[in-house]
Design a protein around this ligand. Structure first.
Ligand code: DX5
Ligand code: ZN
Length: 225
């Protein structure tokens, strides 16, 4: 039961002066999901944007909004992101002491729930929440910035998480350093959704976004066989 690989361009690498046009452009260029990176300058050493900016982008595309929260605390802000138009909200296992409560809160808001692991965090910390999530996001860079190099040690973790998930209907998403060169490594290991920021937006034109999305998709699909 191999699902098609989904490509989720990360808006972090877009031109922030024209976010509406940028999300509409990647939508037309073949993006499956839109990946939205929220950073607070506390949990991660960078600040990006919050719910009102996501609400503004929501008017420019109907694509699935995949919201990756890199903030602590997270619980006080979940309702704001749900209201702003998130379809799925992912929270880091490292972001606070009450992961289970955060995931319950996301589902209570009527949204899909995801759990994220930094490259250095062992997958055992999410074993007890697998029945509460729709997606596991494995970071292949240390969160905070786009354009970093893929950390290859995570590929084995993708395999282990895939085995741990078993028959549960949970997607595995990979985030960080995804290119046509690295996509096959994680696709072969079991990834379902690939986030790509710089590898998509570096083109700077809608045609280029289309070529870049297609190249990542083709490389990933070929590796899945
Ligand atoms: C990093 C973010 C990523 C980032 C990926 O903290 O979670 O989504 O935008 O950027 P690239 O694809 O350039 O590594
Ligand atoms: Zn992300």
């Amino acid at each position: 039961m191999t699902r098609p690989v989904l490509i989720a361009p990360s808006v972090l690498a877009a031109d922030f002066a024209k976010l509406g046009e940028e999300v509409a452009a990647v939508d037309r260029a073949g993006a499956d999901w839109i990946h939205l990176d929220v950073m607070d300058g506390h949990f991660v050493p960078n600040i990006s944007y919050g719910p009102e900016v996501i609400r503004a982008m929501r008017r420019h595309t109907k694509k699935f909004f995949d919201v990756h929260l890199m903030i602590a605390p997270v619980d006080p802000y979940l309702a704001a992101f749900a209201d702003a138009g998130a379809d799925l909200i992912s929270v880091h296992a490292e972001a606070g002491p009450h992961l289970h409560r955060s995931l319950q809160a996301i589902r209570a808001l009527g949204k899909q729930a995801g759990v994220v692991l930094n490259p250095g965090t062992h997958e055992s910390v999410i074993e007890h929440v697998l029945d509460r999530v729709d997606l596991v996001l494995l970071m292949t860079v240390n969160p905070g910035f786009g354009g970093q190099a893929f950390i290859p040690e995570v590929v084995e973790k993708v395999r282990r998480v895939k085995a741990m998930i078993g028959a549960r209907p949970i997607l595995i998403e990979i985030d960080g350093g995804i290119t046509p060169e690295t996509a096959p490594l994680v696709a072969a290991a079991g990834a379902d959704v690939l986030v790509a920021g710089s590898a998509v937006f570096k083109a700077g034109t809608e045609e280029g976004y289309g070529r870049n999305i297609a190249a990542i998709r083709a490389a990933a699909e070929a590796a899945r066989g």
